[in-house]
Design a protein around this ligand. Structure first.
Ligand code: ADP
Length: 224
């Protein structure tokens, strides 16, 4: 079963008056429960593709179908709700809100939908991620690795069927990076999540079920 599908996706940016095709007629199918790595050099279009697949950025043309729904055909409010329920995001920069505690940051996606956190599940996540003792701390009181784990906990809290991670280890030392990747893989295995990881790290990419290579906004290999 296909979980995420891209059809003829294009996105062009203007850079100093010149058009840059960041996504150039991308066609892609990602199966439910698959772990795919998206690889390519800096500027290849990895983040653009991730944002388009995760519903964070509007394509110029083409379609993204997530779990059978044509995402960009939804209205703004439907998009926000659908995205929060279906997709968990982990970014290179952790995007934790500095004035909220770790706990408050983690449950934020639920609060936005007026949903209560299931406490046993939340405790389980905090324990698994080694954040139990930091739950009342502010993000600035955490190390980089701990902040990324808090960001992962926030991505896990809604039990998303798709987890999208854009260079999740980019700001971490190699040991914290390995821990973070182990956690993402564990969650993908336990919960059967579809996992998409953008990386330029070949070691990380080699652990995925499939490597999708992109260059100049085009898929070079692994697209379907
Ligand atoms: P990657 O993630 O592989 O480094 P990106 O998707 O960030 O690549 O960028 C692909 C291309 O699109 C690059 O040439 C980049 O400079 C350009 N680009 C990305 N975002 C913008 C933007 N907001 N404005 C102008 N150009 C952009």
């Amino acid at each position: 079963m296909v979980m995420v599908e891209a059809k003829h996706l294009t996105k062009t940016y203007q850079a100093h008056g010149n058009p840059v095709k960041a996504a150039d007629n991308i066609n892609l199918e990602i199966e439910k429960g698959e772990y795919a790595a998206i690889c390519g050099q800096s500027g290849a279009g990895k983040s653009t593709l991730m944002h388009l697949l995760g519903g964070l950025d509007e394509p110029d043309s083409g379609e993204v179908i997530i779990d059978g729904i044509s995402f960009y055909a939804l209205d703004k409010k439907q998009k926000a709700i659908f995205r929060r329920k279906k997709i968990g995001f982990v970014f290179q920069t952790f995007h934790l809100l500095p004035y909220l505690s770790v706990w408050e940051n983690i449950i934020l996606p639920l609060s936005l939908d007026h949903r209560e956190a299931e406490l046993p599940f939340l405790e389980h996540i905090l324990n698994t991620l080694g954040l139990e003792e930091k739950k009342n701390s502010l993000p600035e009181e955490l190390s980089g690795g701990q902040q990324q784990r808090a960001a992962i906990a926030r991505a896990f809290i809604t039990r998303p069927s798709i987890l999208i991670a854009d260079e999740p280890t980019g700001n971490l030392d190699s040991r914290s990076g390995k821990n973070v990747m182990d956690l993402l893989k564990k969650s993908h295995e336990i919960y059967g999540q579809t996992l998409l990881v953008v990386t330029h790290n070949e070691q990380i990419a080699n652990e995925a079920d499939r490597i999708i290579r992109i260059s100049d906004g085009k898929i070079l290999g692994g697209g379907s």
